[in-house]
Design a protein around this ligand. Structure first.
Ligand code: ADP
Ligand code: MG
Length: 218
């Protein structure tokens, strides 16, 4: 597994108001971090910064020793290291399952590509491969999205409420998958507002008033 060493120090980000005021976080290959927080507290903003798709105003973000700066193209760093999973799946509707899963490999030059058949078997996608993704159920769509997130063997998985649209059975399937990917040495940062889910994670943090707070047990 590629090494992961992610550090946020005193990170700040404002839009019309201050959203992130002082975010500090360290994540490595052994981390499984679950983040909860009210709607509008800045969870997605933070995840987008971590995922190198959004800039920040002050503080520092180091990804594997690289200080992340605004207005620099980090698409290669992202492609080689980060798998993103969203609540709304973000699949390409005109493509088949197979094509959606393989999409990241079109841009790939250096990465070891995961064994496609193994991935398909693990996610139980075999019978669906030639189907258009618009014909799938929510749980099936999310499994395709996870396969796409894993195809380039990322050391970090960022998941923004990945089970928000799913029923309990499919929720459980997704959490089992995340757990088993964590065991392979992928760092995981999971945003959820499902308290049961959060309770399973090794580290549970709450984003509140622009900062991350550790749960203090009574
Ligand atoms: N691109 C943007 N432009 C302006 N305001 C934004 C933008 N993205 C998010 N915000 C604002 O930042 C706050 C945090 O949003 P978000 O990170 O999506 O919260 P959460 O994911 O916790 O619900 C909200 O008040 C939202 O309206
Ligand atoms: Mg959000």
């Amino acid at each position: 597994m590629k090494e992961l060493d992610l550090r946020l120090r005193h990170l700040k980000k404002s839009y019309t108001r201050e959203v992130l005021k002082d975010v500090n976080l360290r994540v490595d290959n052994s981390s499984y971090v679950c983040i909860v927080g009210k709607s509008g507290s800045g969870k997605s903003t933070m995840l987008n910064i971590l995922g190198l798709v959004e800039g920040y105003d002050a503080g520092q973000y180091y990804f594997n020793g690289t200080l992340i700066k605004n207005y620099v193209d980090y698409s290669r760093l992202r492609l080689e290291n980060i798998g993103f999973i969203f609540q709304s799946y973000n699949l390409i509707p005109t493509l088949s399952c197979r094509e959606n899963i393989m999409l990241p490999t079109l841009y790939n030059r250096h990465n070891k590509v995961q064994d496609f058949d193994e991935l398909v078997q693990m996610l139980d996608l075999g019978p669906l491969l030639s189907q258009r993704v618009t014909t799938l159920s929510g749980g099936e769509k999310q499994r395709v999205a996870i396969a796409r997130a894993l195809i380039l063997d990322p050391c970090l998985i960022l998941a923004d409420e990945p089970t928000g649209n799913l029923d309990p059975v499919n929720r459980e399937i997704i959490f089992r998958l995340l757990k088993s990917e964590h065991k392979k040495g992928r760092g995981i940062i999971l945003i959820t507002h499902d308290a049961d889910t959060a309770a399973q994670a090794e580290t549970k943090l709450t984003l509140y008033d622009g900062a991350l707070w550790r749960e203090v047990s009574a």
